[in-house]
Design a protein around this ligand. Structure first.
Ligand code: MG
Length: 233
């Protein structure tokens, strides 16, 4: 057997072993009920109460729960989940006020903060100009959405967010970026955008956190939310 042939054979054997090892480590996907909400999700708001939420003073959340199963921002401050999360898939439904008041950042402003620090902006961006990386579905102050998929004021809209947190490298010397992928009303608007984990991606924070709460922002506008669930990744 010449050198080329034996090298080829060796590679073939190694290749087969790798394949066998991969196949052996594959776990059968577990069966879930896709819902909604999916059976493996943490339901953070089911339309009845705010038991999963507190305010930033660690008291019970005070947003208004409405008869239609939604909750409404009411100038009592942002609300914070009692549980903390790392990587996740998050589903949120929201609606800005049907009566339009204000403009730019003053119209239907709220926000969904992952790990309490990285905001996916909630805003009435229907015929409402503002800076691009501050409009609805932007990664606030970091990345504009790919398109503006906003529905009209008062109409229910959805965010489906896949978040991977930035983390410390194994040697502790650098931060490995995380990512945001976001669908707004089913439309891809953030396509695996890096979350760098330094002051550039969350102005008030530096470094990374293993976990953090979900925060819904009270920006003084009566934005409503419903059907909030999260799957830990
Ligand atoms: Mg906001």
């Amino acid at each position: 057997m010449n050198m080329t042939k034996s090298l080829f054979l060796a590679l073939l054997i190694i290749g087969n072993r790798c394949f066998a090892a991969d196949a052996a480590s594959d776990k059968e996907p577990i069966v879930i009920n896709p819902g909604p909400p999916p059976s493996d999700a943490v339901v953070l708001f089911n339309g009845k109460d705010l038991s999963q939420w507190r305010n930033d003073k660690n008291e019970a959340a005070q947003w208004k729960v409405l008869p239609d199963g939604s909750m409404e921002v009411n100038a009592t401050g942002s609300i914070v989940t009692r549980e903390e999360f790392a990587d996740c898939q998050l589903h949120v439904e929201w609606a800005t006020p049907s009566e339009v008041k204000g403009d730019s950042q003053g119209r239907g402003n709220s926000g969904v903060y992952l790990q309490g620090r990285y905001e996916i902006q909630v805003l009435d961006s229907y015929n409402n100009k503002t800076y691009f990386n501050g409009q609805a579905a932007s990664f606030y102050n970091n990345a504009a959405p790919l398109v503006n998929a906003s529905r009209k004021p008062g109409e229910w809209q959805t965010y489906d967010i896949i978040f991977h947190a930035p983390r410390q490298s194994a040697d502790g010397k650098s931060i490995l970026p995380g990512s945001f992928t976001v669908l707004h009303n089913g439309i891809l608007v953030q396509d695996h955008i890096p979350v760098k984990g330094d002051a550039s991606t969350a102005a008030k924070f530096s470094g990374v956190a293993p976990k953090g709460p979900l925060i819904l922002q009270d920006h003084g506008n009566p934005v409503r939310y419903r059907n909030i669930w999260l799957r830990k990744l």
